[in-house]
Design a protein around this ligand. Structure first.
Ligand SMILES: CC(C)(COP(=O)(O)OP(=O)(O)OC[C@H]1O[C@@H](n2cnc3c(N)ncnc32)[C@H](O)[C@@H]1OP(=O)(O)O)[C@@H](O)C(=O)NCCC(=O)NCCS
Length: 188
């Protein structure tokens, strides 16, 4: 079996992990945001390296555990390789409300990595912070994203008409959400 894995590395099991983003990740994020598969179902504007670096310099993940701050970002690792990113926007600390965004670079899509990465984050958020309700939105055509959210236990709560503009067309989105009490951590 080990020999087979060495012969066909694509069948090797890749584990997902998370680390906070740093300003040095700006070129990576700029490259990923430009990939057609990453942009297919979400409007991502072109952002300069300077803007990205400035935004990443504000990322203070420790604040999350102190109940303050409003935007946080992580790099999703495939084993040790950077494979994508997750963004969390806390919209209301008083009521424990936050929103998720996420994407994987093309070569790491469809390998089960995002469910694993988000499960790690959800466990951390629900067990270690005041977040009570997490929301995510995705285009009604983004089947991969809908499957990921369903696997994590998110419920589809409604259809948001013409929610954003993609390639000049208004696109409907689904709103998904999960409450802390409904989160079931995956077996270790
Ligand atoms: C959407 C995304 C996050 C899914 O993560 P992933 O790790 O690739 O997803 P998985 O490998 O766990 O796949 C989950 C399911 O979706 C399916 N799927 C994944 N990508 C798909 C696609 N482009 N079209 C159709 N089905 C897809 C998989 O076949 C799998 O189906 P199954 O559970 O029936 O086997 C990832 O593909 C991605 O980053 N895409 C580009 C950016 C993006 O759309 N981000 C989300 C914005 S809301």
């Amino acid at each position: 079996m080990a020999e087979l894995r060495a012969q066909f590395p694509e069948f090797r099991r890749i584990r997902s992990a998370l680390r906070p983003t740093y300003p040095a990740d700006a070129p990576l994020l700029q490259r990923w945001r430009a990939e057609p598969s990453v942009r297919r179902h979400q409007p991502l504007s072109d952002v300069s390296l300077g803007q990205l670096r400035a935004e990443l310099a504000l990322n203070r993940v420790d604040d999350l555990y102190r109940g303050r701050g409003d935007k946080f970002q992580w790099i999703v690792l495939a084993d040790t390789e950077p494979a994508g990113w997750i963004t969390l926007v806390v919209t209301n600390w008083e009521h424990g409300l936050a929103e998720l965004g996420y994407a994987l670079t093309t070569q790491y899509q469809r390998r089960g990595l995002m469910v694993e990465g988000l499960n790690l984050l959800l466990a951390d958020l629900f067990f270690r912070t005041g977040i009570e309700r997490l929301e995510a939105r995705c285009s009604v055509e983004n089947i991969g994203s809908q499957k990921v959210l369903t696997k994590l236990g998110f419920r589809q709560e409604g259809r948001l008409q013409g929610y954003f503009v993609l390639d000049g067309k208004r696109v409907d989105n689904y709103l998904y959400a999960i409450l802390r009490e409904d989160f079931v951590p995956p077996p270790a």
